[in-house]
Design a protein around this ligand. Structure first.
Ligand code: COA
Length: 385
């Protein structure tokens, strides 16, 4: 039995209340709160990026479990900061991992965290003594004054994958689906994603039914054996759309109220791309309802497009291994920004490119981006964080 033993959340230093964005662009705030299911979005400080998010999410895992058994570090992201060097190599150094670790970055839009989990399951199956550190981390960024602007955000979730897992044992069967769709992508010379929002919603739902059909064809469990579903949440209302689609597709009566505990973190993070599904899982497990022995379906979607339905069973005693207070704290401790400050941060992000520059200290996270020297990005620990 192999699965997830620990889950830890990190996000940006700032938060924008979406009511401010609604007020500024003349939108009814209920469109964001109810129509999209979003209350807030995380905004990065100038000295934060996907490396600092990933390292900050993973640090508590390393502190709790040590590094002796970790021989693989997989960082999944579509917000990479270099065309060659993996985000994971900086994270490896910031965490103080030993040199006897393989490290790589994975990319396929919001799906890659699930690819990382699958790779980790395979590695542990081959040698159950090993642990794999999987980090899903992203900064969701669209152009301002677009329909997608309220669906930005940022976050990272670190997972420890091992044999005899403490939280969730992943079932051997999963359902997969790939189709070449131009619903969302980010060309190499673009700082923001290009998106056809409506196509992305329909491509997501097609991938869900495709992955479900494949899951069943591979001998997966019947719909009645699932207690809960977690869905990738580019905006949390998308989980409702997905749940309705699955109910219609399978003919089952699925209770939409059971989705609410999966949406609490993402309502506040905004979209965190490949971290979003795992933030939904953390949110569900951190809820006081006891899910011991229950089967959970996890649907992962990455535009372009790849979907996968992964399923797992919640382990006995899982509540002793949760980080509910810490996960809430990273959301509660964000510093609010007004619209003008958020817009200024949005405009400045990455504007200096690879020219030499220093970035002043702003974040209170454990790690920060310190600037660029000789084309190389520099990262450092934050004293006292
Ligand atoms: N009160 C409550 N709900 C309201 C409302 C109000 N005053 N005004 C609108 N709404 C509802 C709409 O009815 C709609 O609900 P529905 O989807 O159940 O029909 C919802 O709010 C969104 O409104 P819509 O007009 O469709 O939004 P939009 O055109 O501004 O854009 C996205 C929505 C998701 C397409 C856009 O934010 C986007 O492109 N995001 C990025 C891509 C993305 O996240 N894709 C998801 C799949 S990966």
């Amino acid at each position: 039995m192999i699965g997830i033993s620990d889950l830890s959340l990190a996000t940006g230093h700032h938060v924008l209340d979406l009511a401010q964005l609604a007020q500024a662009n003349g939108t009814d705030p209920a469109k964001y709160r109810v129509g999209l299911g979003q209350d807030e979005m995380s905004v990065l400080a100038p000295d934060e990026d996907v490396v600092t998010l990933a390292a900050s999410a993973a640090l508590p895992l390393v502190q709790r479990h040590g590094t002796d058994r970790i021989r693989t570090l997989l960082v999944a992201t579509e917000s990479g900061v270099d065309q060659s060097k993996s985000v994971g190599v900086w994270v490896h150094r910031l965490l103080g991992l030993p040199s006897s670790v393989r490290t790589v970055e994975l990319k396929q839009a919001c799906y890659a965290g699930t690819a990382g989990l699958q790779a980790a399951l395979g590695i542990v199956a081959r040698d159950p003594r090993q642990q794999v550190l999987v980090v899903a981390a992203d900064v969701a960024r669209y152009d301002v004054d677009t329909a997608a602007e309220p669906t930005q955000g940022a976050g990272a979730v670190a997972m420890l994958v091992e044999a005899d897992p403490a939280l969730l044992a992943i079932d051997p069967v999963s359902g997969v689906h790939t189709a070449d769709v131009d619903d969302f992508w980010r060309p190499n010379d673009h700082a923001s994603a290009v998106v056809d929002g409506r196509l992305s919603v329909s491509a997501y739902l097609d991938a869900l039914t495709g992955a479900w059909d494949d899951y069943r064809a591979q001998g997966g469990h019947g719909i009645e054996e699932f207690a809960r579903f977690c869905y990738h949440q580019p905006f949390t209302r998308m989980a409702t759309k997905a749940h309705r689609k699955l109910a219609q597709h399978t003919g089952a009566a699925l209770d939409e109220a059971l989705l609410e505990p999966t949406t609490r973190y993402n309502r506040r993070l905004g979209n965190s791309y490949t971290a979003s599904l795992w933030a939904a899982l953390a949110s569900l497990l951190d809820d006081p309802t006891d899910l011991t022995g229950e089967r959970i379906g996890l649907f992962s979607y990455g535009s372009g497009a790849v979907g996968e339905l992964v399923t797992g069973v919640v382990r006995d005693g899982y509540r002793d291994h949760l980080r509910a207070e810490d996960n809430l704290r990273v959301l509660d401790e964000r510093k609010p920004v007004d619209l003008a400050t958020y817009r200024a941060l949005h405009a400045a992000a990455g504007a200096r490119g690879s020219e030499d520059h220093d970035v002043p200290v702003a974040t209170s996270a454990p790690f920060r981006f310190a600037g660029v020297r000789n084309l190389a990005r520099r990262y450092e620990g934050v004293a006292g964080a």
